[in-house]
Design a protein around this ligand. Structure first.
Ligand code: SF4
Length: 429
């Protein structure tokens, strides 16, 4: 990609950088106001019986070590008593929602994320899943994913987990031991490869591996090697995120020169796209590819502005047009849940305007379907062109989006700049 094109994009505020924020909701979390639980409950009652599908997310905050880049809410693995209190608290929150919404809605997917859920015992995780199943309508064959890291999974544990989960996502991040050390990961390449083999042996037919590019000591060559490892492993899906350096992480204090430059990030993302396409994988989202026949239902729902309920400290929810976050850290979460059964802390009921922005900004993440123009018109009684014509024309002139009568999608170039392209639909951009 030549410099003059990158300069043109820069003038429009479009680019790729380790300092950019991910777009996974609208408005951004820091724009959220204190949550009005009374209003939320009243609104839910007014909405009447809800039908259809929703997804469930459980945030398990414990990790065996704290990674240098991690900006999620997480904590070291707790003592037995702390974990028991956490499990009791999250079950109480699940029960409260179960009473609020009943068993009318059916789960389309369940995700245990965090944190590192597998830093808990398999029996605790299985019990939690069974508790969820007893509280909501969850089809037997639902996509049930669990996130893990190599040092927290043994063959025996994986066999037990396979009883209740059918998709295992393993955080590998890179296959170079020097890079893993920089990240303060608690495993090396050998352990990572072993964990993937063990997950297969334990019966997981859907394995995702998470990678990050732009890390210190990684470089273009190192990234190429990691992608070659992916070729050798051939997991069912691969997620490769660009590094984001956020305040509050160990990386934030490091010299910017240690991370990939903006241009290198673009190159590394292109390498990922080329490699996965070359291997015959199908691109679902800007950072995710799957093998033929595989889905990522949790994310498909999220980017289509489908509803999901999050449980646990810091978890996000989008439900009944309310977009909100739970409180954290864990002691505050447990206190709130103990007092009221809920732990919603910040968020709001989205206005029609908010919903339109969210629908387009997140919908663009679906590289296959894009933003469905007919659904937009049906939902908002306004065409996509009427609402966002100017922004779309600008992005089209930069070859970042492509449209047909039915949809608006990111172009191949647009995929590389997803976050800042979608932000063009946010106000004041
Ligand atoms: S294991 Fe995952 S959640 Fe835990 S610190 Fe590392 S990146 Fe963050």
């Amino acid at each position: 990609m030549d410099d003059s094109f990158l300069d043109r994009l820069k003038k429009e505020g479009i680019g790729k950088s380790t300092s950019h924020l991910f777009v996974y909701r609208y408005p951004d979390s820091d724009q959220m106001s204190p949550f009005d639980r009374e209003e939320f409950a009243k609104d839910l009652e007014k909405s009447g019986k809800k039908v259809g599908e929703l997804a469930f997310y459980l945030h398990i905050p414990f990790c065996s070590s704290i990674c240098s880049y991690c900006h999620y809410f997480k904590q070291g693995i707790g003592k037995k008593g702390e974990i028991e209190a956490f499990l009791k608290g999250i079950q109480r929150e699940i029960s409260t929602y179960s009473q609020l919404i009943g068993k009318e809605l059916e789960a389309s997917s369940v995700l245990f994320g965090g944190g590192t859920p597998t830093s808990l015992e398999a029996n605790s995780l299985n019990e939690l899943m069974l508790f969820l199943r007893g509280s909501f309508r969850i089809p037997k064959k639902v996509e049930a994913s669990i996130e893990s890291s190599p040092e927290t999974i043994s063959f025996e544990k994986l066999v037990l987990l396979r009883q209740n989960f059918n998709r295992m996502s393993i955080g590998i991040q890179d296959f170079n031991d020097r890079v893993l050390k920089e990240c303060n990961r608690n495993h090396d390449k050998e352990k990572a490869l072993h964990s993937i083999k063990e997950a297969r042996r334990a019966g997981f037919e859907s394995i995702n591996i998470d990678l990050i590019y732009g890390l210190p000591k990684q470089g273009i060559e190192g990234w190429k090697n990691s992608l070659n490892e992916v070729e050798a492993i051939q997991p069912e899906s691969v997620t490769a995120s660009d590094l984001r350096v956020r305040e509050g992480t160990a990386f934030f204090a490091r010299n910017k020169e240690e991370f990939a430059s903006d241009k290198e990030l673009i190159e590394m993302h292109s390498m990922f796209l080329n490699k996965m396409e070359g291997l015959g994988y199908k691109q679902l989202f800007p950072y995710q590819f799957v093998k033929k026949g595989q889905r990522m239902l949790f994310l498909e729902n999220q980017w289509a502005s489908g509803e999901y309920l999050g449980f646990g400290p810091s978890s996000c929810s989008f439900f009944n047009k309310w977009d909100y976050n739970n409180v954290f850290p864990t002691d505050k979460y447990l206190k709130d849940v103990e007092e009221s059964g809920l732990a919603c802390a910040v968020g709001k009921k989205l206005s029609m305007e908010d919903q339109m922005i969210r629908f387009v900004a997140l919908g663009l993440k679906d590289c296959k379907k894009g933003v469905d123009k007919n659904i937009f018109k049906k939902k908002f009684a306004l065409s996509l062109e009427e609402k966002f014509g100017k922004t779309i024309a600008l992005l089209e002139s930069l070859s970042l989006v492509k449209q047909s009568e039915k949809s608006l999608k990111l172009s191949r170039k647009g995929i590389l700049f997803y976050d800042s392209v979608s932000r063009k639909f946010f106000p004041k951009n």
